[in-house]
Design a binder for this molecule. Structure first.
Ligand code: ADP
Ligand code: MG
Length: 230
């Protein structure tokens, strides 16, 4: 079964009284364990597409199924619950909470999960801090960490909910070349080890080259509908 299925999705934004068609007739699906890249120039609709997959926003028309569940018609509370259980997010600007330590940032999404006990929370924090190589930095605040370390915290935070899918919106855009490579390598390892599905948006050629599958977006449309990369 596809982890995500998108059928004839359109997304319009209203800008004053002007309609911006950000996505036009997108149809796309992918399987568990994918390492999929959505590539396209700035303004092509990458973030909009990730936000729809991540149930942060809803399509103007069309259908999106996540783990076989049709998300259209769900209430904001139901969508939030689905997100908290299913989807990990990694952002270009890391989006860590500055007043919280690395460990607390990783813990934060788990606090909304009544099914995860405090013992289990602590176990996952330690486990994923170790996976991203930051065990010694558990008590550091984001401003005491480098860009690469912050993105590692964000990766651990995304993984700690045991997501079916991790969405990464231009995750290396704010990192230098070498750090971007390290982060990419780490995500690839996690994808292979845990079979976590990753969907990236990027225009970084290095990420594009590592994709199992490449989807090109241009002016809100899919250009090459997910042909296998090799
Ligand atoms: P990308 O991530 O590829 O740069 P986006 O998905 O952010 O592209 O944007 C796609 C199009 O939708 C652009 O034309 C952008 O200006 C427009 N857009 C994005 N978000 C909004 C919004 N909240 N309101 C109005 N227009 C938006
Ligand atoms: Mg974007």
């Amino acid at each position: 079964m596809s982890v995500v299925r998108i059928e004839h999705v359109y997304k319009d934004y209203l800008l004053g009284d002007q309609k911006v068609q950000a996505l036009k007739d997108i149809t796309l699906s992918f399987d568990p364990g994918a390492f999929l890249v959505i590539a396209g120039p700035s303004g092509s609709g990458k973030t909009t597409l990730l936000n729809l997959i991540g149930c942060i926003d809803v399509p103007t028309s069309g259908r999106i199924c996540v783990n076989g569940v049709d998300v259209s018609g769900k209430t904001p509370d139901e969508l939030a619950d689905l997100r908290n259980r299913t989807i990990g997010f990694i952002f270009q600007s890391f989006n860590l909470l500055p007043v919280l330590s690395a460990a607390e940032n990783i813990e934060y999404p788990l606090l909304r999960r009544k099914d995860v006990s405090s013992t289990e929370r602590k176990r996952r924090i330690d486990y994923f801090l170790d996976i991203v190589g930051l065990s010694r930095f558990a008590r550091h605040r984001p401003n005491q960490l480098s860009g690469g370390q912050r993105q590692r915290v964000a990766i651990a935070r995304a993984l700690a909910i045991h997501p079916s899918i991790v969405l990464a919106d231009e995750p290396t855009a704010n990192l230098d070349h070498a750090t971007g490579e390290e982060i990419l390598f780490l995500m690839r390892q996690i994808n292979r080890t845990f079979k976590t599905t990753f969907v990236f948006s990027t225009h970084d050629a290095r990420i594009i080259a590592r994709a199992d599958r490449l989807v090109r977006v241009e002016d809100g449309r899919i250009d090459a509908p997910g042909v296998p990369f090799q």
